[in-house]
Design a binder for this molecule. Structure first.
Ligand SMILES: [Zn+2]
Length: 121
């Protein structure tokens, strides 16, 4: 479904922004675990298995089926990011960019978990 883990990561960060903090942290742990996996496909598999736990709380994901739901979200988010990447800092002022601030906020929310796991190892 995803071209590579980096693409998946970009989509998942956007996907996470409306989730409860506890779910965001769970995804943060999964992302951290992925950093120690070498194979790109295994990384995607690992992150997807954590996403599935979270999709059980998402009515739309249950209705559409997890993999359909993720695929639809992927297409929407990548379209949005494509537009964003061209326009951010040019026609949209970087400081006022809602997408950049959403990404920053989500990364701040999950950072604590990522940091904690790194310290332990
Ligand atoms: Zn931006």
């Amino acid at each position: 479904m995803f071209k590579d883990f980096n693409e998946m990561l970009r989509v998942v960060i956007i996907l996470c922004k409306d989730l409860p903090i506890s779910h965001q942290k769970k995804i943060g742990l999964a992302i951290n675990a992925c950093h120690s996996i070498v194979d790109d496909k295994d990384k995607r598999f690992r992150l997807y298995s954590s996403l599935k736990h979270i999709f059980w709380y998402n009515k739309k994901a249950i209705e559409e089926g997890f993999s359909n739901y993720l695929s639809n979200q992927r297409n929407e988010i990548l379209k949005m990011l494509e537009y964003h990447d061209v326009n951010c800092g040019i026609s949209i002022e970087y400081q006022n960019c809602s997408i950049c601030s959403d990404i920053k906020q989500t990364l701040d929310n999950i950072h604590e978990e990522i940091y904690y796991e790194r310290e332990k190892s």
